[in-house]
Design a protein around this ligand. Structure first.
Ligand code: WT7
Length: 668
């Protein structure tokens, strides 16, 4: 199929020999939100099915009469003549229904501070913040960048934007000043909401300096010109530099604002948010989502995939709001469904490796949604750690971000789920907005390692190079064959890239970029990316973006980056670099080895963010290239994964691989 599939780096064989089955527990099935019949209903009339979900699950200020308009394909319009407000649906509606006293957020700060925020509190806070933003000149349709730690203000800031119809662009707090700057520029944001800092790994980690640097970079010609204000949440109390006239304390602005605000009803197709994600080229793509369809599918999937019962469950999705999982399954899905949820600021091992399980025990968490990399890390730490806590409140476990290997799946169910809970492996993307392929708890007989079945109303296929569906038992490319409500409406400011990236490979089909296989029952097994996108700890990273960061350092002449399989993080970034000859001549002065790697790792962290730092940097004299000059990453992956190097016949110079392999006993 592709280099990725044939080079042995996918665990196809392991997956296909996995034959454990976990049928639904009858007691669970009897109370489940999902029923087997919804598949038939939805496939008989997908548009009618989604229209019903949109009407039942959301409050519309103007009801829609149109369902899907696909005449402008590949840009879909769903429920386009309806109007609604996302914050009203996530917050006010529950207060109006008499649930104002229900806890919406239970916040656990990393140092141990906690806050409980009810839906009535959220209504007041989002109203104040909406009034404050308006006071600062932010208008419906304006873009606002949010660069915050995982604290309640992050949720409030997103909802406050939605409340006034401003488009939020959340930038993960772990991204660099440079990454923030390029996103602010691309979206032409008028304001940035940030904090002095947040707590991470036991200490206060500053955020505001990165905003200052992003807005006033060394080269003034690169400075964003659209930002008028920076709202600063005080979280850690650390010192911050202050730009008079531009910077405003969040607490001052909110205190001065009224706690009453009428949410602005927007058209269903009004943009709700932009979220940047890595693609195959250097420049991140601003994926944008709109309001009505997105909220419909977020609410539906959160309800049926997690079997969520408002007022009873305590839900915890461990994702940061900087990722799409945090948008759909911390903010919009759960809040539209009136959930009570935990949000946690810090890392799982601060101050000790049982922190997550302590939180589950303390708040009686009943639904937990996390990533395979976290599960594998816990496996590594040992099951006696979760064994010290009472996890009996858990009743549904979810996984997202990358393929979950069957061993991690069964460990998750046995150790965390007490050999009792359903586990749902949910496949989706920033672009799909919400979950697309997943078992349904209480309905599906689970197969560890497989996302299995497109959700009701969703049509997925695995196709070959010519877009023909592959027979059961075969592999190919995952495509989505019909429009879905929460699909991306485009790449911000770059329609052509949207068409080229997703709609050109297979005519009329959405190409997800993932390889997949259908087993003998037709269930789908995801096999990883088939493009130059890596998946490290469930986070998407572009090989090209990291390569550009590396070559922007004066000591690097050329760089090639590959994702090598890693037992904990799924994939790890491995970089092959050729140093510049003038630098190599000076190596003795500057010091070789570890220093080169440390310097370049720090440089990548500065350019993109610490998550993009290569795990391994190998200094080489040559890179394997085809006669047309294309780097053969497949061969580098063989080297990085310590495999015999595959077919080298298309290399311009086949001795290059011998040289590289020979030099590898001394990684930098
Ligand atoms: C890519 C999307 C979806 C939110 C988090 C990541 C991979 C995601 C699974 C899964 C196998 C998965 C895919 C996809 N992926 N979930 N359950 N099984 N692979 O969002 O950063 O947009 O990345 O993550 O490769 O294309 P994202």
């Amino acid at each position: 199929m592709t280099s990725h599939d044939t080079d042995g780096s996918t665990p196809l064989e392991n997956l296909m020999t996995e034959d454990r089955r976990f049928p639904p527990d009858p007691d669970f099935a009897a109370q489940a939100n999902a029923h087997p019949e919804i598949y038939a209903w939805a496939s008989a009339d997908p548009e009618g099915f989604w229209a019903e979900q949109a009407r039942e699950r959301l409050a519309w200020t103007t009801p829609f009469t149109e369902v899907l308009d696909w005449s402008g394909a590949p840009v879909a319009r769903w429920f386009a003549d309806g109007r609604l407000n996302a914050c009203h649906n996530a917050v006010d509606r529950h207060v109006e229904a008499g649930h104002g006293d229900r806890t919406a957020l239970v916040f656990e700060g990393e140092p141990g501070d906690t806050r409980t925020i009810t839906y009535a509190d959220l209504q007041r806070e989002t109203s104040r913040a909406a009034n404050a933003l308006t006071e600062l000149g932010v208008r419906t349709g304006d873009r606002v960048a949010i660069y915050l730690p995982m604290i309640p203000e992050a949720v409030v800031a997103m909802l406050a934007c939605a409340r006034i119809g401003a488009v939020h662009s959340v930038v993960f707090g772990g991204f660099s000043a440079e990454a923030l700057r390029s996103r602010v520029v691309d979206a032409e944001a008028v304001a940035v909401i940030t904090a002095d800092g947040g707590y991470r790994r036991g200490s206060a980690s500053a955020l505001k300096p990165a905003v200052d640097e992003a807005l006033a970079p060394e080269d003034p010609s690169e400075a964003p010109t659209t930002v008028r204000h920076v709202l600063v949440v005080r979280r850690t109390g650390q010192d911050v530099a202050w730009t008079e006239g531009r910077d405003v304390w969040w607490h001052d602005a909110l205190e001065a604002a009224s706690d009453e605000h009428e949410p602005v009803a927007v058209e269903a197709e009004h943009p709700l948010f932009i979220l940047y994600t890595s693609g195959t080229t250097g420049k991140p793509k601003g994926i944008f989502h709109t309001t009505g369809g997105y909220l419909t599918q977020a609410a539906f999937t959160h309800d049926v995939v997690f079997d969520h019962k408002p007022g009873q469950d305590v839900y915890w999705c461990t994702a940061d709001v900087g990722w799409v999982t945090g948008h759909s399954y911390v903010v919009y899905g759960p809040l539209v469904n009136g959930a009570t949820q935990v949000i946690y600021e810090g890392t799982p091992d601060t101050p000790h490796k049982g922190r997550w399980w302590e939180i589950v025990q303390k708040h009686r968490v009943s639904i937990l949604y996390t990533a395979p990399t976290a599960i594998r890390t816990c496996m590594k730490w040992g099951e006696d750690i979760p064994g010290q806590y009472d996890l009996s409140s858990l009743r549904v476990l979810g996984s997202v971000g990358e393929p979950i290997n069957p061993e991690a799946w069964t460990w998750y169910r046995r150790v965390i789920g007490g050999d009792r809970t359903p586990v749902v492996d949910t496949w989706w993307q920033t672009e799909t907005g919400t979950i697309m392929i997943s078992p349904l708890p209480g309905v599906t007989t689970a197969k560890p390692g497989s996302a299995q079945t497109p959700l009701p109303g969703i049509s997925a296929e695995v196709v070959d190079e010519e877009a023909n569906p592959v027979p059961n038992g075969s592999g190919g490319y995952l495509v989505l064959t019909r429009p879905w409500p929460s699909m991306l409406r485009g790449i911000w400011g770059d329609h052509q890239r949207f068409v080229d990236t997703y709609w050109s490979r297979f005519r009329g089909l959405y190409f997800a970029g993932d390889g997949a296989k259908k087993d003998d029952d037709g269930d789908i097994w995801l096999l990883g990316r088939v493009d130059d996108v890596m998946n490290v700890s469930g986070h998407r990273l572009s090989t090209t973006e990291i390569e550009s960061a590396l070559v922007s350092h004066p000591m690097v002449a050329e760089a090639a980056v590959v994702g090598a399989s890693d037992p904990t993080t799924g994939q790890a970034v491995v970089a092959f670099v050729i140093l510049r000859s003038d630098y190599v001549d000076r190596v003795d002065e500057v010091g070789e080895g570890a220093d080169v790697a440390a310097t370049l790792r720090a440089h990548v962290a500065k350019e993109i963010g610490p998550i993009a730092k290569p795990r391994t940097i190998l200094v080489v004299n040559e890179l394997p290239k085809t006669r047309s000059g294309k780097i053969m990453r497949r061969l580098l992956r063989d080297v990085a994964e310590h495999r015999p190097v595959g077919d080298v016949t298309t290399l311009a110079d086949s001795s290059v691989m011998d040289l590289i392999s020979a030099g590898l006993d001394k990684p930098a």
